[in-house]
Design a protein around this ligand. Structure first.
Ligand code: SF4
Length: 236
């Protein structure tokens, strides 16, 4: 079965730090994050045309001189593990392109397979919040935190470049929460604070939340710095 791809940004300079990539969106997600901006892909993916793998391959091959690889995002790519995910990644690797793999970390076995079979060159995993009951408010579902913790461990032990990233939702995440998250990933190579964007949040009540000023994000960055090797702020 071919991997279902519902979105294709031909050239992105933003989705893989330091690389030029094509960004591909798969539908469906097992989370329901209130601040998600891709709810259409999750609630009603049929509204989007499915993009044939051949079209993507053709584009990549004809732009091989400047495209480094793909960023596979969604939705949640691991939900497609029995629907062509690994075969698609293998094909991309065989064509000579790199793969950045985004995940919400709910399927450590899938991540393990992606890593062991060398199907990714970079992994980005969301950490929605502190790893306790507060997580559910940010993921929108009752979350199995043992899976999230296992995924963190697998990624940190993978030998690959990676990042953990958190969308900083004002009112739910502040200095205390960020320090708690940082302690869970102590020693990690890279952590990214993502600016919250209120517009088009899945949960309408989140559309009135005002994002933190840059200065506040810098303070949060400084809270995390002692625990991880590199901390970045993404977004304005
Ligand atoms: S994990 Fe990502 S795609 Fe899934 S609901 Fe949350 S923000 Fe949206």
């Amino acid at each position: 079965m071919d991997l279902e791809i519902k979105g294709f940004i031909e050239t992105s300079f933003l989705d893989w730090d330091g690389k030029v990539c094509s960004t591909l969106y798969v539908p469906h997600c097992n989370f329901h994050c209130p601040f998600c901006h891709n709810s259409g892909l999750i609630e009603d993916p049929k509204q989007y045309e499915t993009i044939p793998a051949e079209k993507i391959e053709k584009y990549l091959l004809s732009h091989k001189d400047f495209i480094d690889g793909i960023c596979l995002t969604g939705g949640e790519p691991c939900l497609h593990k029995n629907r062509g995910l690994f075969e698609f990644l293998r094909r991309i690797k065989d064509l000579g392109f790199g793969v950045k793999f985004d995940s919400n970390g709910t399927d450590p076995d899938c991540l393990k397979k992606v890593i062991e079979e060398k199907l990714a060159d970079y992994i980005a995993m969301d950490i929605k919040g502190p790893l306790d009951e507060r997580y559910d408010k940010l993921s929108g579902i009752k979350t199995d935190l043992t899976k999230i913790k296992e995924s963190i461990k697998i990624i940190m032990g993978s030998g690959l470049p990676y990042e953990f990233r958190t969308t900083i939702v004002p009112g739910l995440l502040g200095g205390k929460e960020m320090e708690e998250i940082a302690k869970e990933i102590a020693g990690a190579k890279k952590f990214v604070l993502q600016q919250f964007v209120a517009k088009n949040c899945w949960d309408e009540s989140f559309r009135d939340i005002k994002h933190y000023e840059r200065k506040k994000l810098e303070e949060l960055r400084d809270t995390i710095k002692p625990f991880v090797k590199k901390v970045l702020i993404r977004g304005e």
